[in-house]
Each structure stands twice: as C-alpha cells, then as structure tokens.
Design a protein around this ligand. Sequence first.
Ligand SMILES: Nc1ncnc2c1ncn2[C@@H]1O[C@H](COP(=O)(O)OP(=O)(O)OP(=O)(O)O)[C@@H](O)[C@H]1O
Length: 292
Amino acid sequence: MSAVVDAQGLGKKYGRRWALTDCDLEIPSGHVVGLVGPNGAGKTTLLNLAVGMLSPTTGAVQVLGAPAGTQQAKVGYVAQDTPTYVRLSVADHLRLGARLNPNWDDSLAQQRIQHLRLDPKQRAGKLSGGQRAQLALTLGLAKRPELLVLDEPVAALDPLARREFLQDLMEAVADQELSVLLSSHLVSDIERACDYVIVLVDSRVQVSGEIDALLDTHYRLTGPRRDPKDLPRGQFVVTASHTDRQSTYLIRTEQPIHDPAWTVTRLTLEDLVLAYMGRDVQPERPVLEVQR
Ligand SMILES: Nc1ncnc2c1ncn2[C@@H]1O[C@H](COP(=O)(O)OP(=O)(O)OP(=O)(O)O)[C@@H](O)[C@H]1O
C-alpha cells in the first residue's frame, strides 16, 4: 500500500529551538492514525508540515505521493482552534465549502448539520465551542478528502459527541478511501478510534506503527534483579525499574520469551504510550517502527 504521509529526516526549528527533529515516518493509507504526545511535543508542528502550512527546516514530507501542500483538494485539515468565520452562518459555511471544494458532498454536510441540531441560520460566532468544532469537522468530512488531518478534533466535544464523532470517522474510513491523521492527548480516544499510533515526545517520534503489531511485540517482564546487559540481544528495553531484588522491564521484541525467571505480561495501549512518553529521551537510540 502507498504511503499517505512519507517523511524523511523531517525537522522544524523555530528560532533556536527544534520543534520537530529527525522525523522519519511512512504511514500507509487506510488507517486512522493517532498522534499522541505531551504538550509542546511537536504534534501541531508535524501536522502543519504535513498539510504544507509550514515548510521544513530539514528533510521533506510527501503527502499522497506529492510534496506536502500541493494537493489541497485531496487533503482536509481542521486546525486546533477549529477555525470558522464568526460573521458567517452555518449555512454560509456549507455554501462556501461547496464553492471551494470540487468533491463537496452536500448531502453529507446537510445530514450532519441536521443530526447535530445546528441552526443553519446561526452565525458561527454565536455557536458554543463544541458546536463550532462540530461545524469545522463537518466541513472537513464533506470535502471528501483522501487524507483528513485533525488537530485535537474532539477536545471541545462532550463525551457522547466525542464518541459519536470518532465512530463517524471510523465509518468514513471503512466506507470511502479515506485516511485520517489526528492528534489527541487522550489514549482512550486513540484506543477507540485508531488502528495506528505515533508517539511524539520532545520533538522526536519515539515509536510508530499499527497498534496490534505494537501490542504483539511489547511485554512487561518482572523477575529477579537482572542487569540490562544480561538480556538477550533481540530485546529492546523501553523502560526499566529495579528494587534491590526485583527488576521490571518493558521491552520490545519480535522473539518469543522463554526465560522461566520472568513473569511476562501483555501491555495495554495506555501502558505502551505512557512507557514511551515517560522514558528518558535518548536521541542516539534508533526510532522504533513496527508495520505489517
Ligand atoms: N510559531 C512558533 N514560534 C515559536 N515556537 C513555536 C511556535 N509554534 C510552536 N512552537 C514551539 O514548538 C514546540 C512544539 O509545539 P507544538 O505546538 O507543535 O506542540 P504540540 O505537541 O502540538 O503541543 P500541544 O499538545 O500543547 O498543542 C513547543 O515548544 C512550542 O513552544
């Protein structure tokens, strides 16, 4: 399958500070990709580079096989602050969407507006934050893009609206040729909606890949204290903690674990994400990429 986003050596510097460093990613199409990381990790920077709103300081990023920013009709972007025009009504937004987007799906837009009980005559400036977010998301979906990029799309939504929106996204991916790249702080949202994850910490991609494949290759090992250098070669240590007598390792390995000294536990996505978010960032280490 071709990559929807293909970043090689991608980096962005603001003044003296790197917001994104050495980013290599090859995201296959047909996924809902969750980009997760702490505040200031570089998520928005990566998304802005992917949609061509920023130019890289180093490296390059191709989107749907062409340089980022060159295929506006095929890429939808809903920025973090869910931009809408305060003086325009909901209906005006849909009319504008229809005029600007060649693949505009008006019946989808109208259905969503009705379902959300948004008054078409209401000006966007008079909508609540959550309603504005829903309007912006509707515009993004009705554009019928091949790639929809969403920066914290559900942050302003109430829990039910959040669940419904994520469900709509998954259905849209299943029904049409759509790939989604969304950022979120909440692993529960990613768990619900995404089948591919990227963990970004301190401007670096720590791990990326299909969630099932990542969960199949990460384990928690607990047992008698052991030095990391005594672990088999194919076991990559993500985090380690020790007491006087016991060691706990979170490792990634492609090999089965036969050592009877270890109690081996599978991880949840939250365990995995938190482990990569909480570990000391060691730039000299190779970035892990697991794909099927
Ligand atoms: N326009 C800018 N000028 C200078 N520094 C910036 C600019 N935009 C972002 N940064 C810095 O780059 C780093 C990454 O910011 P970015 O907005 O990409 O992070 P983020 O992961 O999206 O954060 P959050 O989850 O809080 O939205 C931060 O340290 C931020 O202060």
